[in-house]
Design a protein around this ligand. Sequence first.
Ligand code: C2O
Ligand code: CU
Length: 546
Amino acid sequence: THHHQYHFVVTEAPFTRLCSTKNILTVNGKFPGPTLLVHRGDTIFVMVHNKARHNITIHWHGVHQPRNPWSDGPEYITQCPIQPGGKFNQKIFFSTEEGTIWWHAHSDWSRATVHGAIVVFPKLGTAYPFPKPHKEVPIILGEWWKKDLIEVLEGLLKTGGEPNASDALTINGQPGDLYECSKSETFKLHVAPNQTYLLRIVNAALNTIFFFSIAKHNLTVVGSDGSYTKPLTTDYIAISPGQTMDALLFTNQNSSCLYYMAARAYSSGTNVSFDNTTATALLQYQRNEVVPSQSPLLLTSLPDYNDTKSAFKFITRVRSLADTDHQINVPLNITTKLVSTVSINTFPCPENCSCEGPNGTRLVASMNNISFVQPSVPILDAYYHHINGVFENDFPRFPPLLFDFTSDYLPLELELPKRGTKVRILDYGSTVEVVFQGTNLVSGIDHPMHLHGYSFFVVGYGFGNFNEERDKLGYNLVDPPLLNTVIVPKNGWTTVRFKATNPGVWFMHCHLERHLTWGMDTVFIVKNGKHPQSKLLPPPSDMPPC
Ligand code: C2O
Ligand code: CU
């Protein structure tokens, strides 16, 4: 195994998109940031230097960080932010994940530009469960905001309404040639004919679920969230913020044409602002030294922005590879069953503020009607050093909320969620089932729920109200996908299972950044096991101070 030391220098740098230039936060001056290349089994260190004017933390999304939440990154959950001038050497051990995952800032909204791919190759001496590709290419989907993100976030907190949408969607940092201003910078993928390419697709956007496709070419999905899937051939994918997908592209089409790659938002919400533009990139066969004169082929296969059916048709087809070399252990006997609503709600508008939510209220978000409040002492510190008063351990409430989640009728007690820093403590080794129930309280929208420190098996999805007796009969306990981020359908539910064998403090939240900010978050604290190898590691000596 290798023990590489990397350096991530967080600096501001000027970037020009859509004909205007602004300073953005970057790592090593790059946007999107550098790709980390590692093998499964490697341990690396990344020294994060904060040379910017804002606090920052970096999270390794999809890395399980066994026994070591200290390097996980979410601000005030596992660490104090790194202050300007500060640094923090984070240790990252790639234990079980394999395929594409990613890293991103986990403080304020800085992850809009502070992000990059992580490629975890198979252990040295082992191979992919698919033919070796000719080349591998990261495809990072994102957003471009003309405004400063700190201002966008402040505005969101002040008005309590929907935030402005981004100004363009991007593929590898570029809006593409539907934007006159950015046309010449459009990302181009040059390919050789009759080869296999592995696209390592990351959805790094703050608030956009994407449909993505390539004209006239199918994609064969072979992995997602750092774990292999049964090959799934499709003409489009749906991918939520936080998710990653490995897809094979066969360059078997007429090599004298140019082909569009395109990404467009999928949004199930009706009264939600989102960026409805289309980001494009180009696929060009290398045989043409000269750019062909005919215009690129148009897309035919990208579903409409509100096409929930197509989104879930794709999502529910993803299965674990689960072959003899890649066996999976779906928990069958559940010791801890949790049901949690995921909702958008409202708070009264604070005095002297003008709020833009429905009826002059401010929008918030909740899990089980608790809107999460970020503490000022990191929860991991409070847990490890027995500091009282930082969090309460009564999440979620029991019995869970009962009402018709999908109707527009709003029980009064649910209109105003409670605020709190509520966590759930889990015994080491417990087998946990979580049912996320989407509601229609204030607005119905899909939520990509993400758990740190683990991947979970997604055993079932459905529309409408969850009904255990009925719905458990449809669970997939044979080859459910092993993901770290999963979409909960609007007015529907998703069930996940995992075994709590990673002690520590692990954030769980919606990966739509505005919902995270509004409080659709909670924390699992997994206790130590008896064996010395099942106990939390001690903190490193250079943890950033608050
Ligand atoms: Cu991708 Cu809490 O993170
Ligand atoms: Cu959400």
